[in-house]
Design a protein around this ligand. Structure first.
Ligand code: HEM
Length: 546
């Protein structure tokens, strides 16, 4: 510090700038830094305060100004170096894309401020083609071969930094360690074996019937049904039971449960801020009082308490088997219940979000398509006419029903752009291009489903492409609504069975149309991509069939 005071400011400022350049080239250029964000934040603040106090102590008349100039010089050096490097020397510099996106992910945050990442990427595709540099270290590749390249059995890709977003919470779908994931997945697979899922089906049916009853009630009162609420009430109630053996009782109370409300508000954070996981770390550690962070932490606390109660019920003979039963059983058997508490809490939240926030939007969009095309609705009803809809096997054989669900998932994917992967250290060839290691790959289902080279009349809803008109699927490799490989959806079979049953129950029970002036404008206009799709409101008329 003595040296600092003897140096003239004309040397001090360029010196600070040089230090900025050196810290980029020697330190920050390597590895991942997002998890260190809170530490760096405090370290920078601490050093700035130290410099300020030093100048103050030296009775410098302009100690505030000198501190400001030193820190600004340092940051100028650091960020100029980062900018020049990312634009002109980076391994991805030859890939096309917006210049600002190559410099900083804040560009993406700004573009996604309204939660429309799926449309942002579509417009980039129109402008730059199918391979776009959407971040300093990120490529978005819209090609049917990408899902297999990043998730297929021969892929060595791992989950990208995005999955650290929710740390310190840990869960099956967020851990980035392949070893940890595979160990945990074995436990989950037991909870989703055919023997286990048979026991959940009763609960799905019970809640679906309650949903139909509520819809019938509203119809008798001459009211429209906002399916963007009711389908969520249904799926969250079912998944609450699977996770904690206790639903949210929204179908009963006919209103949002406060914890689900918190969860959905907190999920909106994933829309714009998915691009900058380090900012989420700063928010979690430094500003836990911020409203949106508070929502998330409040919801987590609620889930932890429910999981605590669920554990207390384990083995008492009164419990009904749910997903948690299998997760808890594994920990009890291994004598690791206390050690596994973080996993159990995180996994419980995963069941709730992964199971409800995916099925609900798929059902909403499915009914949107069925009311737009009443003839299709009628044909579906005819197909279901002679079928025992309570027989899962019979329903699975209904080609048009499955076609309608698949076509919904193609055009309106529940996970529109999410599922980011990171290339392995040695790099990998994707869509005919060599991609170096450590690069995030985005393979957006929203755009893949709309590729004309993969689907004939790609923008049209034609369920027959999955049944009698298979020539309309030119290249089906890109259609992976449940993902594939080791990270694929563990709840796929359950989800398909659940969706088939609810659709069959409602289509055979009701004539469904738009309510009043409704045309679906809000549904699409307010649709947000926040890892899962969050549709706007959709008011429908359900008329009980005789
Ligand atoms: C329409 C329904 C569903 C769709 C479209 C869907 C889609 C997906 C996708 C795309 C992934 C991969 C996500 C990623 O790469 O980060 C995934 C993973 C997962 N899903 Fe689903 N899902 C659905 C329903 C369910 C249900 C009902 C459950 C369970 C109750 C569930 C549980 C999970 C879990 C636990 C994972 C993580 C698997 C792992 O990392 O090993 N999903 N799902």
């Amino acid at each position: 510090m003595g040296l600092l005071s003897s140096l003239p400011l004309t040397i001090l400022y360029p010196g600070a700038a040089l230090l900025g350049i050196i810290s980029h080239l020697a330190i920050f250029i390597r590895g991942e830094w997002h998890m260190q964000a809170p530490t760096l934040f405090w370290a920078y603040n601490f050093l700035t305060t130290l410099i300020f106090l030093f100048f103050h102590h030296q009775h410098q008349p302009s100690h505030f100004q000198s501190t400001l100039f030193i820190t600004t010089s340092y940051n100028l050096g650091l960020f100029t170096s980062i900018t020049l490097y990312r634009l002109y020397f980076h391994r991805l510099r030859s890939f096309p894309g917006p210049k600002l996106a190559a410099i900083t992910k804040f560009w993406h945050v700004w573009q996604c401020r309204h939660g429309k990442n799926h449309l942002v990427i579509e417009s980039l595709r129109q402008k730059y083609g199918n391979i776009i540099r959407t971040g300093p270290e990120e490529l978005t590749i819209i090609d049917p071969s990408v899902p297999a390249a990043i998730d297929g059995s021969r892929s060595n890709c791992t989950k990208a930094v995005w999955y650290d977003f929710l740390l310190p919470e840990i869960a099956l779908n967020t851990t980035r360690s392949i070893h940890e994931h595979d160990q945990r997945r074995k436990v989950w697979d037991r909870g989703f074996s055919s023997q286990a899922t048979v026991q959940y089906e009763d609960r799905v049916r019970h809640h679906a019937q309650l949903l139909a009853k509520r819809i019938d009630g509203l119809s008798k009162e001459g009211k429209g049904v906002n399916v963007s609420e009711w389908f969520y009430f249904f799926t969250f109630d079912v998944m609450g039971e699977f996770a904690f053996g206790q639903g949210f009782e929204m179908l009963q109370s006919q209103k949002w449960h406060w914890a689900v409300r918190l969860l959905r508000r907190a999920m909106s954070l994933l829309g714009p801020f998915s691009a900058v996981p380090w900012l989420a770390q700063i928010a979690f550690y430094i500003t836990p009082w911020m409203w949106i962070v508070r929502d998330w932490l409040g919801m987590m606390k609620w889930c932890k308490q429910r999981m605590g109660e669920r554990i207390a019920r384990y083995g008492k003979g009164t419990e009904r088997k749910d997903v948690s039963h299998w997760l808890i059983e594994e920990s009890v058997k291994g004598g690791t219940l206390e050690r596994d508490r973080e996993w159990l809490n995180g996994d419980a939240v995963t069941v709730v979000i992964a199971g409800s926030d995916t099925i609900a939007p798929t059902l909403v969009f499915c009914f949107y398509e069925l009311v737009k095309n009443r003839k299709l609705q009628q044909r579906l009803r005819e197909e279901l006419g002679g079928v025992d809809i309570y027989d899962k096997g019979e329903l699975a054989k209904c080609g048009l029903l499955t076609g309608v669900i698949k076509e919904t998932m193609r055009l309106w994917p529940a996970v529109p752009t999410g599922g980011y992967r990171q290339t392995p250290e040695g790099g990998v060839e994707i869509a005919g291009k060599w991609v170096p290691g450590g690069v995030t790959i985005v393979s957006p289902r929203w755009s893949l489903g709309r590729l004309e080279e993969a689907f004939e009349r790609a923008d049209e809803f034609i369920p027959e492409r999955w049944t009698t008109r298979s020539e309309m699927v030119r290249d089906g490799r890109g259609f992976q609504p449940f993902s594939q490989g080791r990270f694929n959806c563990v709840g796929k079979a359950l989800a398909m069975a659940e969706m088939r049953f609810v659709i069959a129950l409602l289509v055979t029970g009701f004539e469904v149309g738009f309510w009043d002036e409704e045309k679906g404008d809000r549904l699409l206009g307010e649709l947000r991509d926040q890892f899962t799709a969050s549709p706007g409101g959709l008011e429908l008329e359900f008329r009980r069939r005789v």
